[in-house]
Design a protein around this ligand. Structure first.
Ligand SMILES: Cc1cc2nc3c(=O)[nH]c(=O)nc-3n(C[C@H](O)[C@H](O)[C@H](O)COP(=O)(O)OP(=O)(O)OC[C@H]3O[C@@H](n4cnc5c(N)ncnc54)[C@H](O)[C@@H]3O)c2cc1C
Length: 261
């Protein structure tokens, strides 16, 4: 839309979001790298983007047990784990702010509308999407509020459904988009937002952990980001390559909860 306005070209851009509002389905509390935002809105600070807490430090611990661990010296920390210049943000707030900027540029946003199926043109290319029917009961019968799905036809359709969207899976399979590509790998992640004792709070500190409570055959790790207002974003990610079939990632996170509390 920015380019279209620059070139005084008429353009219609439409976003469908299945959440009740933009940001409703976004996991809050992230360390955010602002490179893309700098390119899109170089004046994001003046525009009031909700990026308040700059990262002040990165600590990485290798944990052996619930009470024992070592802090890795800075030089041995992989480059990708350094967060200089990044921000600790509420992603929900960032997404809501981005939606406002998009609307101001004339983008039409339809929250509460899932893209249900793909429209294919006669030549086999993608021609748009059809949104889901609204007002169906649990058995799929039409209620008084029934509204059939809308066809949204477009020259370009961008699919951004997250890591395992149902339309994305269909498109990957139909166009063999995964041919000659590394297989995707997945993990399970949990995140909670806690109010903590102000005496223990260090705004801007990013902490990552490896090791306990995961065993040596299970990859993943914990994180704890000190945001503003004495809040921390705390959680655990467990890669889905674990070999113990009884491992319950959520219960492992529960162990961390008990120790930290
Ligand atoms: C526990 C955890 C912690 C993380 N922490 C960080 C972090 O600190 N920093 C970081 O950079 N990354 C982090 N990530 C990764 C980050 O969350 C993802 O990389 C990012 O959210 C991917 O963005 P996306 O827009 O591709 O998809 P998503 O954020 O999943 O957004 C997809 C959107 O599309 C909507 N949608 C899906 N299907 C449809 C449909 N059919 N019709 C209409 N709407 C649809 C959804 O409602 C959602 O709003 C974390 C991930 C997890 C799980």
């Amino acid at each position: 839309m920015q380019l279209a306005q620059e070139k005084q070209q008429e353009l219609m851009v439409c976003v469908v979001e299945k959440g009740s509002e933009v940001g409703a389905h976004i996991l809050s509390g992230a360390v955010f790298e602002p490179r893309a935002l700098n390119e899109l809105f170089p004046d994001w600070k003046e525009k009031g983007a909700p990026l308040q807490t700059q990262v002040t430090g990165d600590d990485i611990y290798l944990l052996n047990s619930e009470s024992n661990g070592i802090k890795l010296p800075g030089f041995s920390v992989p480059k990708t784990m350094h967060n200089d210049g990044n921000y600790i943000v509420s992603m929900g707030n960032v997404c809501r702010w981005l939606a406002e900027q998009a609307e101001q540029l004339g983008v039409e946003i339809f929250p509460g509308f899932p893209a249900q199926s793909v429209i294919y043109n006669d030549d086999g290319s993608v021609g748009g999407i059809i949104t889901g029917d609204m007002g169906l009961d649990a058995e799929g019968n039409e209620k008084d509020s029934f509204m059939p799905g809308m066809e949204l036809r477009a020259k370009y359709t961008v699919f951004a459904e997250g890591c395992r969207g149902h339309l994305g899976k269909e498109l990957i399979s139909k166009y063999a988009l995964d041919a000659d590509a590394s297989p995707q790998h997945y993990g399970l992640g949990f995140k909670e937002i806690w109010d903590i004792d102000p005496a223990k709070h260090q705004e801007g500190l990013v902490v990552h952990t490896a090791g306990w409570p995961l065993d040596k055959d299970t990859t993943g790790g914990g994180y704890l980001y000190h945001a503003e207002n004495n809040q921390v974003f705390v959680g655990l990610i467990v890669d889905l390559n674990y070999s113990n079939p009884h491992l319950s990632p959520f219960d492992e996170f529960g162990v961390i909860n008990i120790i930290l509390k």
